[in-house]
Each structure stands twice: as C-alpha cells, then as structure tokens.
Design a protein around this ligand. Sequence first.
Ligand SMILES: Nc1ncnc2c1ncn2[C@@H]1O[C@H](COP(=O)(O)OP(=O)(O)OP(=O)(O)O)[C@@H](O)[C@H]1O
Ligand SMILES: [Mg+2]
Length: 389
Amino acid sequence: MKCFFIFKDKHKARKGTQSASALENQTSKSNDSALARSARSLPSPRSIPELYKENERNFRVFSVQELREATNGFSRLLKIGEGGFGSVYKGQIKPANGKGDPMIVAIKRLNRLSLQGHKEWLAEVQFLGIVNHPNLVKLLGYCSADNERGIQRLLVYEFMANKSLEDHLFNQALPTLPWKMRLEIILGAAQGLAYLHSGLEVQVIYRDFKASNVLLDNGFKPKLSDFGLAREGPTGDRTHVSTGVVGTYGYADPEYIETGHLSTHSDVWSFGVVLYEILTGRRTLERNRPTLEQKLLEWVKQFPADSKRFSMIIDPRLRNQYSINAARKIAKLADCCLNKNQKERPSMDQVIESLKQAIRDSDVGNTSLNGSTGSPGSRVVQRKPIKVV
Ligand SMILES: Nc1ncnc2c1ncn2[C@@H]1O[C@H](COP(=O)(O)OP(=O)(O)OP(=O)(O)O)[C@@H](O)[C@H]1O
Ligand SMILES: [Mg+2]
C-alpha cells in the first residue's frame, strides 16, 4: 500500500557525500524541518536529534559506488520490494576492514529528488541511532550524496530473510502462516511498539504500524522497520502533539486524521487493524470484494467476537487449525484498540498481556475441537503512508 504526504518543502541540494549529523544540522536550520517542528512544538529535555548526537552509533557511511557494487548496479533481479519511498534491494557488502566474508544486507534507495525523502531518511537514521530492541530492525549504515546527478539517500539494514508479515498473510504463493506463528509474530511486534512508547528516554510514536512494516528474520522473529514517519511524543502534561497527518490508508487512526492530534493511542489503533488482518487473512481494504466486505473494519462488525457467527471471519487458509477461544480474545482486544475514543484504548503493555493470554489459550493441553461443535474449547495449530487528509 502506497503512502502520500502533504508536506510542501523546498530542497537545496548540496554536493558530496555527507554524514547524518551534518545533514541534520542542515535540516534543522530549515523552518520547515519536520524534526525541528516536532522539537519546537514539544519541548523535551533532550530531543531525538540531540540524543542521536550524544549516542551516535558507529553507522557505516557508504559511498554510492559501494552500494552500486553491492547490488550489481541496483539490478532488478536483486530488487526485493518497493514502497512509497523507494525500492529495496538485496545486496552483499564487504566487511569494513576488508577481511572476512561478505554480508547480506537490504539496501533501500529512496526516490530521488524528494525533500520528503530526505526527511524520512534523516528521521530513520536518527531514530534507529537511539533505539536498541530485538523487535526493531537494525540499521547498519547509510549513504547520502548530492551531486550533479541528483540527491541520493540510501539506508543499509540487516537482511530480513522472510520478508514481511504482509507477504505471509496475503501472498497466496507463500505457505499459510500457522495460527501460533501469527500470535508470536504479533506479540513480538507489540513488544517493539511498547518499547517505542515507554522504553526510551523520549516517547516515540511510530505512526506507520502495518503488516508490511513488520519484517521477519530467518527464524520468523518480527522486527519493525521504517521509522521515517516516527515522531517524538508529547511531554509534560500534554496528551498529544499536533502535526500534519501522515500514515497509511486503512491503518490510520480516524481521530488523528480528523484533528491532527497525535499520540501513542494512534499506533494502538493501527495495531488493532493488523490484529483483524491476522484473524481474517484479509487486507484492510480489498476493492475486489462485494461492497459490504471491502472495508475490513466495517465487515467484521457483522461478526462480533461473542456471536455464533464469529468464526465465519477467521482466515479460511487456517483450515480450522486455530483456537476459537484465543481468536475471540484477539477480536475483543482488536475492538478495544479500535475504540473511537483514543483514551479508552489499551496501552501497548496491556496489549502484550492480552496477547500472552491468547497464546496460552492456544497451547497444547488447553484445546478441544472448535467451530461447528459449538464447544467453547480450542484447537491447536499443528504446526504501503498516508498523508491522510
Ligand atoms: N531489511 C529488510 N530485509 C529484507 N527485506 C526488506 C527489508 N526492508 C524492506 N524489505 C522488503 O521490501 C518491502 C518494501 O519495503 P518498504 O518499507 O519500502 O515498503 P512498504 O513497507 O511496502 O511500504 P511503505 O513505503 O509505505 O513503508 C518490504 O515489504 C520487504 O518485503
Ligand atoms: Mg515499509
């Protein structure tokens, strides 16, 4: 799903390869800087750019040439994805000291000539420079070069071998993601989000929680990616920050869209949307369905968690291999996350507790046939941002 933005900024190109700090200085001089704006409207003891400077990670700074070589000239054969900001390639980089085996990485090349792209790139470098959590993707380095051929912004990440949650839920060519794995993945994603909300000196609002941003490593461990839209949360007595609306259609909190008031509760809404995607195997918007079924959140309302009809929304690809008790709990949790009133939504810590409970309900020893028996038991599994305006 593609994203769109409503920022209207002018870009002044600079020549040569530059470090993220240097570019941050340049950006923060601009009155239009999203980060500067964020810091202005939300005074905090230390802003994210400040924290980034203090903790500056040893991100490797690559030249365009190195990354071109790493991807066979950005070969289409090595392209592994495309999002609203640019293309992602699988690549091989040599160790910094030139010794040892090459390392497989993912290289994201942001679309050229976009100041928005520069801002996303800078925000991503800064956020990933201050975070450290097993459920957040690791940035290894970056490249920034402005020359007569244009603006080049690239990011080099650890390679996530199993693509995204979106791929595994919706791509029919891939094997069905079993029930327990769905729960384990969403639990890990919740832990990543909870860390952003309450595990750092600054509160971070992710703003783009969706299935395609939950990447999966070779053991299917989930890691959140894409921090280009992340923002510092409110400080002191404030309940929200006021900001232009960005995110992805279908996932964004309606209250945020309407008011521009952003808080961690908006991430919780998006999380609720993904919970329903996991239950149903349907995307938040599917235009090829009958009208009443196109909008996932509208459609599932006809099948409340406590009703007999509830099991009709469960992903048929699961072939009944799931716990109905756990599924009802997940649906109720999703409904809480999708409360119209932001303040009545659970915190991510509360979400984690509920998910752990649902996982326990799905465990062997706590099961019975589900669905048509009418039994309340369980059955165990065997085995793209909007600027929404
Ligand atoms: N570190 C990574 N390792 C492996 N694959 C990745 C990595 N980062 C991204 N990808 C792949 O590239 C795809 C596109 O990612 P990208 O973030 O550019 O777009 P998106 O999430 O679909 O949309 P958006 O731009 O709105 O975030 C991902 O779905 C994933 O399959
Ligand atoms: Mg993404």
